[in-house]
Design a protein around this ligand. Structure first.
Ligand SMILES: C[S@@+](CC[C@H](N)C(=O)[O-])C[C@H]1O[C@@H](n2cnc3c(N)ncnc32)[C@H](O)[C@@H]1O
Length: 294
């Protein structure tokens, strides 16, 4: 079976009525999207710079700092001084959703699987430095990239821990936890480049599931009672999404909090209140669940 056939069979098993739409979404060339970093600049200043460069953008409903580049490529933004200075951060729209759903206001945040730091820096900007953030990353090379991005984006109140989050000390307690879990990446596959798909195997999916289960149990332990955590993946496979949330609910230590966010193009779910974003030209396939500890 070719990798594309394997992907299609997986999608068919979970979304028999959406196979064509999902496959088309995974093939669609992605729009360039970015976030304005309010730790370093302002919306007005960045929009004015872009306009002077002839780069037209469209705002996004769910966040005033998120924009779509109307025409052009990532390099058009990467070649600008405001990119080098960390005033903008290239980020997929789907990837901006978990911090928005978590909506931390004050206290201590744990970002359990943090590199390269798109969501860590977003949370630093969203909280205007009012929260302390602990960013954990297992892979030392990716942890370096995380530190580089934190520095570039001016996210100063972040402590990086280079460690397997499963080994975090149970003594810690956090007010907000983001578990943006390692996953198969099934929502971000580019079906136009078959040779880049070779890593997408059943072995990867099974390995991801084992890690996701261990990480979500750890997150539940580290979360303070009555506080919330987000579980997210860039996968659209229910075995890495709903099944992991059901596994967490079975501990009887957390409840689902329905997500109040209007996103066009979502896939049906058997858990009310979670969101599975359908892959498209604008969005990567993504899963988000909000949980509250009892
Ligand atoms: C989906 S990526 C995170 C993306 C990141 N949240 C962002 O927005 O930029 C998952 C990350 O988890 C890391 N990871 C995998 N297993 C881990 C573990 N057991 N503990 C901590 N980090 C882990 C991977 O190296 C990878 O960098």
């Amino acid at each position: 079976m070719s990798t594309i056939d394997f992907i299609e069979s997986k999608i068919k098993s979970y979304y028999p009525n959406h196979v064509e739409a999902i496959m088309a979404g995974l093939k669609a060339p992605k729009k360039v999207t970015f976030r304005i970093n309010t730790l370093k600049s302002s919306i007005e200043a960045v929009l004015s710079t872009l306009e002077k460069q002839g780069l037209m953008v469209t705002p996004v409903d769910f966040s005033e700092i998120a924009f779509i580049l109307n025409e052009g490529h990532e390099q058009d933004l990467q070649s600008l001084d405001i990119y080098d200075q960390g005033h903008i951060y290239l980020q997929s729209l789907s990837s901006m959703l978990p911090p928005i759903v978590l909506n931390p206001q004050k206290g201590d945040i744990l970002d359990m699987a943090a590199a390269p730091g798109g969501k860590t820096t977003q949370m630093a900007a969203l909280t205007h430095g009012l929260c302390t953030i602990t960013a954990c990353e297992q892979n030392p090379i990716r942890a370096q990239k995380l530190k580089y991005n934190l520095d570039k984006q001016g996210a100063t109140k972040v402590t990086v821990i280079t460690k397997d989050a499963r080994q975090l000390d149970d003594f810690f307690r956090f007010d907000h936890i983001l578990l943006d879990a390692p996953c198969s990446g099934s929502g971000t596959l580019d079906l136009n480049h078959e040779k880049h798909l070779q890593n997408f195997t059943d072995h990867l999916i099974q390995k991801s599931i084992q890690t996701q289960k261990a990480l979500i149990l750890k997150a539940i332990e580290l979360l303070k009672p009555k506080q919330t955590m987000v579980y997210s993946t860039c996968s659209i496979l229910k075995s890495e999404n709903e099944d992991i949330v059901k596994f967490a609910l079975k501990t009887n230590k957390v409840d689902i909090v329905p997500i109040d966010l209007n996103i066009e193009g979502v896939l049906p779910s058997d858990i009310p209140g979670v969101i599975t974003v359908m892959p498209s030209a604008l969005y990567e396939g993504f899963f988000i669940a909000l949980l509250r500890k009892k």
